[in-house]
Write a protein of this length. Structure first.
Ligand SMILES: NC(=O)c1ccc[n+]([C@@H]2O[C@H](COP(=O)([O-])OP(=O)(O)OC[C@H]3O[C@@H](n4cnc5c(N)ncnc54)[C@H](OP(=O)(O)O)[C@@H]3O)[C@@H](O)[C@H]2O)c1
Length: 311
């Protein structure tokens, strides 16, 4: 039994991870900016305060942790990307990463494993990236960060905890679109489907590299347990889907044939979402080969298996 400290443990992934860790007999400490709002503590789950913007962190939380899972960061798809919001998305990740790095280097601790979230936003769109690299196929972990807002954010996010790897085993998961009935992207996909509309984004031919939340949680547990895992791994299902395939399969699962496919033109998405529309329209095919070579087995390798679980 270990004690796992989870930053951003109150979020979508953090809540599912906390449950899985508690079920496995581990203790959990959640690092949150607001303990009063975070939840109810138990003998095996407690909450500790930090404030990445102010650079403060409860030192007791660090003292008790055997491993850290760093998930914190302002939601990327929650709000329109204004200049202010983009700064918040970047700073919440970089400042929290620097704070954890500093705390680990300046305080006594027995942390043996550090796992940080990153995102497949690291990679650019399929076509442009492949042109640059003169290659075809899915992005592997060796590909350089793309030079757009998300690529730069992911690069600085990952760099903010790189120094931890000098003394502690560090694993970085570049996470794809997380699908779970509990919220996030799936909730957005299902909104129009509830009204009988299968909203296909743009041409619908863009590839979506996704992962079932249960598999992401299992991959984090795998990374905590398997000491051979070091460095960056893509956290995406082995079989990506097109946006159209994803929407149609979700609609069929929820409504049988009682829905109308409804293409939302790219220019409408640009007006509705602003710069964030790039992410919805972008095709990004990412490889999961590195983590499966280490022995990770997906419960939901294909979208059919995942969609069936969202009853
Ligand atoms: N969900 C996805 O599809 C997806 C895809 C790729 C990558 N990821 C990454 O995986 C991580 C976990 O994802 P998630 O969906 O669980 O995220 P989430 O639901 O948005 O939760 C993230 C947590 O971060 C904390 N947070 C929010 N704003 C913050 C700020 N300004 N400064 C510091 N902390 C802040 C919050 O905890 P407190 O309010 O308790 O402090 C929040 O519960 C995130 O870093 C996300 O970018 C997620």
């Amino acid at each position: 039994m270990s004690t796992i400290l989870i930053s951003g443990g109150t979020g979508l992934v953090g809540r599912a991870l906390t449950k899985a860790l508690l079920d496995k007999g581990h203790d959990v400490i959640i690092l949150t900016r607001n303990v009063a709002k975070a939840g109810t503590a138990t003998s095996r789950l407690r909450y500790a305060t930090w404030d990445p913007a102010a650079g403060t962190l409860d030192p007791d939380a660090l003292l008790q942790a055997d491993a850290i899972v760093h998930l914190a960061g302002a939601g990327v798809a929650e709000q329109r990307w204004t200049k202010k919001r983009k700064a918040e998305i970047l700073n919440s990740r970089v400042m929290s990463g620097h704070l954890l790095s500093k705390a680990l280097s300046e305080n006594p601790h027995t942390v043996k494993t550090f796992i940080t979230a990153s995102a497949i936003g690291w990679y650019g769109p399929d076509r442009e990236m492949n042109k640059e690299n003169h290659s075809s196929g899915a992005f592997t972990e060796a590909a350089p960060a793309f030079t757009d807002f998300l690529g730069d954010t992911c690069r600085q996010w990952e760099e903010s905890t790189l120094s931890i790897a000098d003394k502690v085993r560090r694993v970085c998961l570049r996470i794809g679109i997380v699908l779970t009935p509990d919220g996030g992207a799936l909730k957005e996909f299902l909104k129009p489907i509830r009204f009988g509309l299968g909203a296909i984004m743009g041409s619908g031919t863009q590839m979506v590299s996704w992962i079932h939340c249960d598999d992401l949680v299992r991959m984090i547990l795998f990374a905590l347990e398997e000491n051979k895992l070091i460095g960056v791994y893509n956290a995406v299902a082995p079989v990506p889907v097109t946006n159209k395939e994803l929407v149609i399969k979700l609609a069929r699962q929820k409504r049988g044939n009682m829905f109308v496919p409804f293409p939302v033109p790219a220019f409408v998405l640009k007006i509705m979402l602003g710069e964030m529309s790039i992410e919805v329209l972008k095709s990004c095919t990412v490889s999961s080969t590195k983590v499966t070579r280490e022995g990770f087995v997906f419960l939901y390798p294909s979208i059919d298996a995942a969609v069936k679980s969202f009853v």
